[in-house]
Write a protein that binds this ligand. Structure first.
Ligand code: AMP
Length: 416
């Protein structure tokens, strides 16, 4: 079932959203992007004449009640965003009466799901090495099923709009879907958009396809890099990864960030790219600094010849030119991870120009997806979030999807 094809009139919908919003020390929301992201789904349900039960996690309370992470703090903000009063259920495992009393157009917000260990389904207070761990895990999985059934009993339709947790098989993100038939469970609008964006990158590829992978380390990106090698025409590797590749090829990288235990892996990526006919674009020059500091002295040097005591913190002009050359003609673009230490203005130029090239390619018809942590911060810093095709809300979920993994939250709905 799709959300557009379902008329919620007379139905009670339980919707998993990601309202894990940042709060200040007084419990005020400092960024409501995630609440706004779920509004199209929530408003459609209310506009159709349905009743709405909203569930989410906040923070990492690890299966225990923690008032600092109570969703009661965001009740008013949700009510304001929806333009409707919101009731609050302080015990989400005992909300049946409140749920039963809900009338069309009414809204019930459940307390933080992660106050219950059953949500994540991981045994608490027992070490993985403990001989009793497996039995505890089995027991917790049973409790997780019961918890999911309880949540499901509040409603007759289930909607998952929480892409940020779609890579987790939790009670509210996946297990709950087992209680609904295919006609009564669906992805929300935000999830649909995210899944479609990933499909554009992995299945519906318009060529040439250029992926730009940056960030600090090769080790955290290896799964994605390997999956992309089968798909892309151009693979730009930048950021801190640059220096692991430079050292692997016999270079001197000075103090630059470098994973010495990943040198073979770097050589293997170079070899595989060649075998697969992928144009691997590595930085050739960098802006090296004599300190990890915005006001450090700088010089442009070859990435394989960085003087001792200096470290590469951004890409240099020759690298910028070759990166831009691989980005501008692209018709599909994926960007994950900055080209340099963009948080410091003096080392943000490379990331900014990469960003500008992506925007230019988008303006001439490319589909561009930006996602996964710091590249989102980057497009926001440079004010380009609206100028690319799609900025993903998912960190880990997006990266796992691009690695080619099936996300449990999507599979539970689509029956894959
Ligand atoms: P990641 O979370 O792996 O995507 O890494 C993002 C971080 O990588 C950002 O905080 C950047 O400052 C950092 N980064 C990018 N380029 C470099 C570099 N050349 N040296 C050190 N850190 C870098």
């Amino acid at each position: 079932m799709t959300i557009d094809n379902f008329n919620f009139k007379g139905h009670k919908a339980i919707v998993r959203v990601d309202f894990n919003v940042p709060l200040d020390e007084n419990g005020n929301i400092t960024d409501d992007t995630r609440i706004r992201g779920a509004l199209p789904t929530l408003k459609k349900i209310l506009a159709d004449g349905g009743a709405l039960i909203i569930m989410s996690h906040m923070g990492k309370p690890k299966g225990k009640v923690n008032p600092k992470m109570s969703l009661a703090q965001i009740k008013e903000a949700v009510a304001n965003a929806l333009g409707a009063p919101v009731e609050f259920a302080p015990d989400c495992a005992k909300a049946e009466e409140m749920a039963a009393a809900l009338k069309p157009g009414e809204v019930l917000l459940l307390e933080n799901l992660r106050f219950y260990p059953e949500e994540e389904g991981k045994p608490v207070g027992i070490d993985k090495e403990d001989p009793a761990y497996d039995a505890a895990k089995k027991e917790m999985k049973e409790r997780q099923k019961d918890f999911a059934k309880k949540l499901a009993s509040y409603a007759d339709v289930y909607v998952n709009d929480a892409f940020g947790t779609a890579h987790r098989r939790h009670a509210s993100t996946a297990v709950i879907a087992d209680s609904f038939d295919a006609d009564h469970k669906m992805l929300g609008y935000l999830m649909e958009k995210e899944v479609k964006a990933v499909d554009n990158i992995l299945k519906d590829i318009k060529r040439p396809f250029t992926a730009i992978m940056g960030g600090s380390k090769v080790s955290t990106k290896i799964g994605i890099i390997e999956n992309l090698l089968d798909k892309v025409d151009n693979l730009i590797l930048c950021g801190g990864m640059t220096y692991t590749f430079a050292k692997a090829q016999g270079g001197n990288v000075g103090n630059s960030i470098c994973e010495n235990d990943k040198l073979d892996l770097a050589l293997d990526i170079i070899k595989k790219a060649k075998e697969k006919g992928v144009n691997l674009v590595l930085a050739t020059d960098c802006v090296a600094a004599d300190d990890f500091n915005n006001n450090a002295k700088t010089q442009i040097c070859c990435v394989k010849n960085i003087p001792d005591g200096w470290e590469g913190l951004d890409i240099g002009p020759a690298s910028i030119a070759s990166f831009v050359g691989a980005i501008l003609p692209a018709k599909t673009i994926l960007w994950n991870g900055p080209a340099g230490v963009f948080e410091m203005d003096n080392f943000a130029t490379g990331s900014k120009i990469v960003c500008e090239a992506i925007v230019e390619a988008t303006n001439t018809g490319a589909f561009s997806l930006v996602g996964g942590g710091d590249s989102v911060a980057c497009v926001n810093k440079f004010g380009f979030a609206d100028a690319v095709s799609y900025v993903s809300t998912g960190g880990g979920a997006l990266l796992e999807a691009i690695e080619g993994k099936v996300l449990p939250g999507v599979a539970a709905i689509e029956g894959k």
